[in-house]
Design a binder for this molecule. Structure first.
Ligand code: PAF
Length: 291
C-alpha cells in the first residue's frame, strides 16, 4: 500500500494507474475507520483494479461550535485497517495542503440542504461537497463509495455528480450496524457506557416505523409516532429531527411511499447521532437515495 500526502503526487499516481489501463475507486473518509468504512473498501475492491482510501478530517464541514477538535483520529490504526482490507493507496493530506488559502470558491447543495442535517448544520454540505469535489479532482476515480447512514450526504453527492457532469460512478452502501442495531459511526466513540446502552433506541424507533409501513401505514404522522415511542422512552436522547423525505429531492412528505427515507438525528451526551431507513426496503422497493 502506498501512502501519499501530497495532492499532486496523488494525482500523478492515479494517472499512471489509469494510463496502464487500471480502474480506480475512491473511498473518502475522515478516518477512525470502522467496519462500515471497511465494507465500502470490500465492495469497490470487487469492481476496480486499485482502491484508494482518503483520510482527511475536513475542517470546512464542521460548524464553529462542532467537534472538529475532538473528532477521533488514529492514523496508525486506520493504516493497518485499510491495508488489512486490501487498500492500494492511502491519501492522507493535511489541512494546509488541502486549503493553502481560504476556500473562497465552493460547491453549494442548494435546496437539498434545506431539510434534515442541512437545516441543523448550516454550511455543512457545502463543506462536504467542496472537499469531495477536490478529492475527485485529485484522485480522478472511476467509482466512489459512500455509506447510506449519511443518506443526505449520498443524495447531495449524487446530485453534484449529475449536475456538474462528473465522470464518476457513485456507489451507496447499506448501513452497517452493531449487534443491537446501533448504526456504526466514528462518533459512537463519544458515548459513555450508559449512553451506548441507550443509543440503539434510535434504530428501534426506525424499525418500529418500518414495521408499521410494512403493515400498510402510509401517514407520516403515524409512522413518526411509531418511531418516537422507543426514542421518547429514553430521556437521555434529545431528538433533533425525525422526518420522512423524498429520496431524490429530500423534501418532507406527508404520505410515505416505498423508497421514502425516514431519517433521524438525536443528541446524547457529547454525541450527535444520525440514522435512517429506506421504507419498504427488502420488499422489492429499490433504495433509491438520490437516483
Ligand atoms: O462521510 C464522511 O466521512 C465525510 O463527510 C466525507 C465524505 C469523507 C467528506 O469529508
Amino acid at each position: 500500500m502506498i501512502e501519499i500526502a501530497d495532492p499532486d503526487a496523488m494525482r500523478t499516481w492515479s494517472r499512471a494507474e489509469r494510463k496502464s489501463g487500471r480502474t480506480i475507486a475512491l473511498v473518502p473518509t475522515m478516518g477512525s475507520l470502522h467496519e462500515g468504512h471497511l465494507r465500502l473498501i470490500d465492495r469497490v475492491r470487487e469492481r476496480v483494479d486499485r482502491v484508494v482510501v482518503s483520510i482527511f478530517v475536513n475542517p470546512l464541514q464542521f460548524g464553529s461550535t462542532e467537534d472538529l477538535g475532538a473528532y477521533p483520529r488514529d492514523l496508525d490504526r486506520d493504516r493497518a485497517a485499510a491495508l488489512g482490507r486490501g487498500t492500494d493507496g492511502l491519501f492522507v493530506p493535511t489541512a494546509e495542503v488541502m486549503y493553502p488559502a481560504p476556500a473562497v470558491v465552493r460547491v453549494v447543495p442548494g435546496s437539498l440542504a434545506d431539510s434534515l442535517c442541512g437545516a441543523q448544520r448550516p454550511g455543512h454540505f457545502e463543506g462536504v461537497l467542496t472537499v469531495v469535489m477536490k478529492l475527485f479532482n485529485i484522485v480522478e476515480p472511476n467509482l466512489a463509495s459512500f455509506g447510506r447512514k449519511d443518506a443526505q450526504q449520498a443524495v447531495v453527492i449524487r446530485r453534484m455528480v449529475t449536475d456538474l457532469n462528473l465522470p464518476i460512478e457513485i456507489d451507496v452502501a447499506p448501513t452497517v450496524r452493531e449487534r443491537d442495531g446501533l448504526a456504526m459511526s466514528s462518533r459512537n466513540a463519544y458515548l459513555s457506557e450508559a449512553e451506548r446502552r441507550v443509543a440503539p433506541a434510535l434504530a428501534r424507533g426506525l424499525d418500529a416505523a418500518h414495521e408499521a409501513f410494512l403493515g400498510g401505514e402510509r401517514a407520516v404522522d403515524r409512522l413518526v409516532a411509531a418511531a418516537r415511542a422507543p426514542i421518547d422512552s429514553e430521556p437521555a436522547l434529545e431528538l433533533e429531527y425525525l422526518e420522512v423525505v423524498d429520496p431524490v429531492s429530500l423534501a418532507p412528505v406527508e404520505t410515505a411511499e416505498a423508497a421514502s427515507i425516514m431519517a433521524v438525528a438525536a443528541r446524547i451526551g457529547a454525541a450527535r447521532l444520525i440514522d435512517n431507513i429506506i421504507l419498504g426496503e427488502g420488499t422489492g422497493a429499490d433504495p433509491r437515495v438520490g437516483q
